[in-house]
Write a protein that binds this ligand. Structure first.
Ligand SMILES: [Zn+2]
Ligand SMILES: [Zn+2]
Length: 771
């Protein structure tokens, strides 16, 4: 019996080999009809034997191409039209370009097999790709996604590649970056300070340089990376010195899962992440006695390593010939954005790298390597870029079209179109001129790519953030209304929206710094409400930061402030404590005067600073070279088997009623007082309790305090967000205890729990706003 179906497939189904897949499936099943791309996704007319049509629908649902992301399939039966063939029809002109721009994806197994086959015409070719894999976001200059709109426009397809491109049953049908050694991009190698390139093939020259302990700048997918042999201590030290990165761990690239397993513990979740098409850096626990001896300086004192697998053919070729893993860190100086332009890279990285392995395929925009960690058994984004950006994250409803500019640190921006929020790649800290111009580039890039005219600009409440200042430049969308969103409310709204949780909920929003409604620095906040608005119902007992920003760089100052609040002037008697011993008598009395009179000592309720201060009390990091360094050390120190917890007190207080950026301060908030915990910690120090136990008791105390507050507020849904919840010990402990008490804890997954997720929360906060 003959039957016909009209099928509409929605989701990320363009630029992922969907039409060739449909074509081949129809051919195999002897069905006729057509398939085409339109602004809704992919539309299919399929007809023939009823059983085969049914089978077609089943295959479509259950075995789509690996990179396709189907959101919805609508299928309607109707009488057959009498088609005799199956055709791929030309795309229908689009209305608004809601079509998803695909992210860059790692080399597929078919392409890898071809590159490694000596009889294949792509043997050893570093730019092999197909519709299932390869660069996308990093090469797309404009929509629609056609070769002339990519950085492949200068490369003319050779007859063999052209034939693949035009053949509906070929894996490379309409593969826009299709290339081969005859017609595609080529590698180049040059040594810094030498005008002439060596005559050896570029890949071999780079391998030799790496084996000799040199630093090689590699032009990767979304920017330059710096490579070095992680077993060569002297070489790693040289990289750190030249890159001005004394301590922050360096990421590693391993040849395959087997080599990665020689460094870190890989369970099922981790293996799936590492081998996923996004191929992110995954933070994983080191194995106790690794067969590969890494230099200590790769990740000094860290029980975790950031590891990724090759994400491009070039990386595969390098790792397959290099006998061991490689450090693969971003090609930048300290916290600047990664280099994408060849000339700029030679200027900025020429002081760091000994040699360059580059090529002539331009990079359209910077896309860093993504970083993911597994918390409570679920992958959680820490830095969202290559492999994920610019895929949208949906909202539970449709806000007015909004451009959200994010925060100051770990910045990213967001643009809403309908209920979808397109999130930019990680941009970084907006402290440098380079970062701020990258930030501006991304804003204009997004508005242009998606042809968007948002009616709202959402930004942080902090008047001094570069992103807030950008919101108020008159040339940016002059007709759009500007709306400020309080920092911690944005974190709260992001967590709720990602989980489509309607609220009311309690948000436990803990981080380092965010501008509060009362113009002080917040960071240990308990917010009650929903995505649109919340009340500050409780917060950590505020303390002062002697020297302000200086205290962020020097946790010993924070420790001194905690001691001052707990003991008063008697704190000076604790001379043998590391933070006191750290300062000479003159410095000590100066700091004490600052604390006494509140001179240059801003108030804060920051949980991040509390962690810093406690770490310093244990002598972990009296000074830090990157944000979170002391707190991370405290987390890693904590003994997971310790069950005792330090006491925290909940106390009622009064506060002036004020509101801004979606947050209202209630007149009778609760103070979470940490002083009893500090007293208990000091007593433990005096008794000689092991620092591992002290660190754990502090964590356990905070976990119990959060649960006590949740019980007091008496609401089921608890949203956990803010940079402090990157801390696994804290996050997993809170989730466990809240679940045991029948609460419903939520922790962000697809967006960073840190400030990288703020932009999405700023859009979510607009859900109840009208234009
Ligand atoms: Zn492929
Ligand atoms: Zn070719």
């Amino acid at each position: 019996m003959s039957a016909a179906l009209h099928i509409l497939v929605r989701g990320a189904v363009q630029g992922v080999g969907f039409r060739p897949f449909v074509y081949r499936l129809a051919q195999t099943l002897g069905l006729s009809g057509w398939v085409l791309n339109d602004s809704d996704g992919v539309t299919i007319e399929i007809e023939g034997d009823a059983d085969q049509v049914q089978h077609f629908l089943h295959q479509l649902q259950h075995t789509p191409p690996p990179r396709a992301q189907i959101d919805q399939i609508e299928a309607t039966w109707h009488p057959p039209h009498g088609y005799t063939t199956f055709q791929i029809r030309p795309s229908l002109p689009r209305g608004m370009p809601t079509t998803l721009i695909p992210p860059d994806t790692a080399t597929c197994p078919d392409c890898l097999a071809e590159m490694l086959d000596p009889h294949n015409r792509r043997f050893g070719y570093a730019f092999t790709n197909c519709t299932n894999c390869g660069p996308r976001f990093s090469i797309i200059a404009a929509l629609p996604y056609d070769r002339p709109n990519t950085t492949m426009r200068a490369f003319v397809l050779c007859p063999a590649c052209g034939a693949e491109y035009g053949d509906p049953v070929d894996r490379r049908f309409h593969a826009q970056p299709n290339a081969c050694p005859v017609c595609g991009p080529r590698l180049a190698f040059d040594v810094v300070g030498e005008a002439q390139s060596p005559t050896t093939p570029p890949l071999n020259a780079a391998l030799t340089a790496l084996r000799q302990g040199q630093i090689v700048a590699l032009k990767g997918i979304g920017g330059y990376q710096l490579l070095v042999d992680p077993r060569n201590a002297e070489a790693v030290a040289r990289l750190r010195l030249r890159k001005h990165r004394p301590a922050k761990p360096l990421a590693l690239m391993a040849r395959d899962l087997e080599q990665a397993a020689a460094l870190v513990q890989i369970d099922q979740v981790a293996a799936e992440l590492l081998t996923s098409v996004a191929a992110p850096i995954v933070l994983l626990p080191r194995i106790p006695h690794p067969s590969i001896a890494l230099a200590d300086l790769v990740a000094p004192g860290h029980p975790y390593l950031g590891v990724m697998l090759p994400c491009s053919p070039l990386h595969h070729l390098l790792l397959r010939s290099f006998d061991g893993p490689l450090v693969a860190t971003s090609g930048n100086l300290s916290d600047e954005p990664i280099c994408i332009d060849d000339t700029e890279a030679h200027q900025r990285l020429g002081q760091i790298a000994d040699a360059f392995l580059s090529h002539n395929r331009p990079i359209e925009r910077h896309v860093d390597d993504s970083v993911v960690q597994v918390v409570a058994g679920i992958p959680r984004m820490l830095r969202r870029a290559r492999g994920y950006a610019p895929l949208p994250v949906p909202l539970p409803a449709t806000p007015p079209s909004t451009l959200a500019l994010g925060g100051q640190l770990k910045n990213s921006i967001a643009l809403s179109i309908g209920p979808q929020v397109f999130i930019s790649q990680h941009i970084g800290d907006l402290h440098t001129l380079e970062a701020r111009s990258a930030f501006e580039r991304v804003i204009h890039d997004f508005l242009r790519l998606y042809a968007a005219q948002p009616s709202l600009i959402a930004h942080d409440l902090h008047p001094d953030y570069a992103s807030s200042q950008m919101a108020h430049t008159s040339t940016l969308l002059p007709d759009a209304r500007r709306v400020a969103v309080q920092h911690h409310h944005a974190h709260f709204a992001a967590c709720l929206a990602e989980h489509a949780a309607p609220g009311p909920a309690l948000g436990v929003i803990w981080d380092g710094t965010g501008y509060g409604v009362d113009a002080t620095i917040w960071g240990g906040e308990f917010l009650f409400g929903d995505v649109a608005a919340s009340q500050r119902v409780a917060y950590l007992r505020p303390f002062t930061l002697p020297g302000g920003e200086a205290a962020v760089r020097e946790p010993a100052r924070v420790a001194l402030a905690l001691l001052w609040e707990t003991l008063g002037p008697a704190c000076l008697e604790q001379e043998d404590l590391a933070p006191l011993a750290h300062f000479n008598p003159t410095q000590r009395s100066l700091l004490l005067r600052m604390l006494q009179h509140g001179l240059n000592s801003p108030h804060t309720s920051s949980a991040g600073r509390l962690f810093d201060g406690v770490a310093a009390l244990l002598g972990l990091h009296l000074q830090v070279s990157f944000e979170g360094q002391a707190a991370i050390a405290l987390e890693h120190l904590a003994d997971p088997h310790e069950s005792l917890a330090y006491p925290f007190a909940l106390e009622a207080t009064t506060a002036p009623a004020q509101s801004a950026g979606g947050v209202t301060c209630v007149p009778n908030p609760i103070i979470l007082d940490w002083r009893p915990a500090i007293s208990a910690l000091l007593a433990d120090l005096r008794r000689g309790v092991a620092p591992q136990q002290i660190a754990a008791r502090f964590h356990n105390g905070l976990i119990s305090a959060i649960c006590a507050l949740a019980r007091h507020i008496g609401v089921a849904t608890i949203a956990l967000s803010g940079g402090c919840f990157q801390n696994r010990h804290l996050a997993e402990g809170v989730i466990r205890q809240l679940q045991a008490a029948h609460h419903h804890p939520l922790l962000p997954r697809h967006l960073p729990v840190n400030d990288g997720g703020l932009c999405y929360g700023q859009v979510a906060a607009m859900l109840s706003t009208t234009n």
